[in-house]
Design a protein around this ligand. Structure first.
Ligand code: FES
Ligand code: FE2
Length: 380
C-alpha cells in the first residue's frame, strides 16, 4: 500500500531533521525528550578563566561536541571531531595557533581549515566546522546556528557582571547538572521550592505565599515577589550575615526577589531584604546559566555578586559560594535528577502536570521557548 500524504510529509520532515543534525554530529532532535534546541542564539560555553591552564576546553553543547581553544586574545570553537578518523581534537594539543590531532597530527587553524598535514597535501575537504564565538560577561559564548545570523545584540543582559561586582569578586562557578536544562530553569523561576527543598539551608518559610508578578519584557520574562515580616534565613545566620549593622536573628525584615529569564537559558536574579516596612535595603545579584549539554544533562554556570554583605572579605565569599555549591549539588541537582528519571524521556506537558498559580513564570518560559524553537523550523 502506498504511503499516505501525511506519512510522506512526516518522512520529509524527519529527513530534514536528520540531515541538519548529522551535519553537526548531533543526534536527531527529539522535541519530547528536550533535545530539540534553539540554535540561532548564544550559549555560554565556558567561563573565561577556564582557559588559563591549558588554553583548551572540550564541552558538549546541545548534543554537539565542541573544542574551544585560545588563539591570542580570541577563543575559537570547532567541532571536536577530526576530518581524518574522527578523533576528538580536544585530545590533541595547541601548536602554532591551531589544534593538532593526537592521532596522526593533522592541524586545524582557528577557521577550522587544515593548516598542516604531515602526510601530504591539503585539500578543501580537510576541515571541521567552525562556530562563531564572542567573549562577554566573563565568559565565552557560542552560536550553534546559522553563522550569518550571529548577532551580539542577542546576548542576554548581564551587564550586572561588569558593573555590580567588586573587581576581586568571584569569576564564575560551574556545576554539572544531571537533568534537562529546562528543569533547572524551572527551579530558578520557582522560589516556592526554597521553603521545602532548602528548608534547613536557604529556606524556612521565608518565600512561601509571597505574591508574585510575572511580566513580559521583550523576549525576556520577569518574575518579582515580596514577602513581608520575615526573619533571616538559616544559611545567612550560619554564615554570619547578621553582622550587618542593625540586624539580628529577631529583626523583622521584608524579603524581596526578582528573576529575569533571557532566552534560551540565562537567568538574572536579585534577592535581598530590608527592615520591615522600610526601603528594600541590600540585595544579592546572581546569574544562573543553564547551557544544555544533552537532553538529560546541563552545564550549570553561576555567579553571585557581593552586594549583600562583606564585599571585601574573600574568605567569607569562599565560604558563601561553597555553601551554595553544596545546596545546588545536594538539594537542587539531586531532586532534578530524580525528576528527570521519573519523566523517563516524556515531554513535560504531555504528563499533565498539576499547576500552581506560582508556576506562571515557569510555564510561560517553556511556552515562549517552544514557540521560538518552532519558528526556527525543522533545522532546530
Ligand atoms: S584522526 Fe586526526 S589526523 Fe588522523
Ligand atoms: Fe533551589
Amino acid at each position: 500500500m502506498s504511503a499516505t500524504f501525511l506519512e510522506t510529509m512526516a518522512g520529509g520532515v524527519n529527513a530534514m531533521l536528520k540531515s541538519a543534525a548529522e551535519e553537526s554530529g548531533r543526534p536527531v532532535p527529539d522535541e519530547a525528550k528536550g533535545s530539540r534546541y534553539l540554535l540561532n542564539c548564544w550559549y555560554l560555553a565556558a567561563w573565561a578563566h577556564e582557559f588559563e591552564t591549558t588554553g583548551m576546553v572540550a564541552r558538549t553543547i546541545c548534543d554537539t561536541k565542541i573544542v574551544l581553544f585560545k588563539t591570542g586574545n580570541e577563543i575559537t570553537a570547532l567541532h571536536d571531531m577530526c576530518s581524518h578518523r574522527f578523533a576528538p581534537l580536544s585530545r590533541g594539543k595547541l601548536v602554532d595557533g591551531g589544534v593538532q590531532c593526537l592521532y596522526h597530527g593533522l592541524r586545524f587553524g582557528p577557521d577550522g581549515r587544515c593548516a598542516h598535514n604531515p602526510h601530504g597535501g591539503i585539500s578543501p575537504a580537510m576541515q571541521v566546522r567552525h562556530y562563531p564565538t564572542i567573549r562577554a560577561f566573563r565568559g565565552v559564548w557560542i552560536w550553534l546556528g546559522d553563522p550569518a545570523l550571529a548577532d551580539v545584540a542577542l546576548l542576554p543582559d548581564l551587564r550586572c557582571l561588569d558593573e555590580e561586582l567588586p573587581a576581586r569578586s568571584d569569576r564564575g562557578a560551574y556545576t554539572h547538572g544531571g537533568a534537562n536544562y529546562m528543569l533547572f530553569i524551572d527551579n530558578i523561576l520557582d522560589p516556592t521550592h526554597v521553603d521545602y527543598l532548602h528548608y534547613s539551608s536557604t529556606g524556612g518559610g521565608s518565600v512561601e505565599g509571597a505574591p508574585q508578578t510575572v511580566t513580559d519584557e521583550g523576549p525576556a520574562i520577569k518574575l518579582t515577589w515580596v514577602k513581608p515580616n520575615q526573619r533571616l534565613m538559616p544559611m545567612e545566620l550560619k554564615l554570619g550575615n547578621i553582622s550587618l549593622d542593625g540586624f539580628s536573628e529577631d529583626t523583622p525584615i521584608d524579603r524581596h526577589g526578582e528573576s529575569v529569564w533571557f532566552p534560551p537559558c540565562t537567568l538574572r536574579t536579585k534577592v535581598g531584604f530590608g527592615k520591615h516596612g522600610g526601603p528594600p535595603g541590600v540585595a544579592h545579584v546572581g546569574v544562573h546559566i543553564m547551557t544544555p549539554e544533552t537532553a538529560e544533562t546541563t552545564h550549570y554556570f553561576w555567579v553571585f555578586t557581593r552586594g549583600m554583605v562583606h564585599p571585601e572579605d574573600d574568605a567569607f565569599h569562599e565560604r558563601f559560594n561553597a555553601a551554595r555549591a553544596d545546596v545546588f549539588r545536594d538539594e537542587d541537582d539531586s531532586i532534578l535528577e530524580a525528576i528527570q528519571r521519573n519523566m523517563a524521556g516524556r515531554e513535560f506537558f504531555s504528563l499533565h502536570p498539576t499547576l500552581f498559580p506560582t508556576d506562571q513564570a515557569a510555564i510561560r518560559f517553556r511556552r515562549k521557548l517552544a514557540a521560538m524553537i518552532k519558528a526556527e523550523g525543522p533545522a532546530g
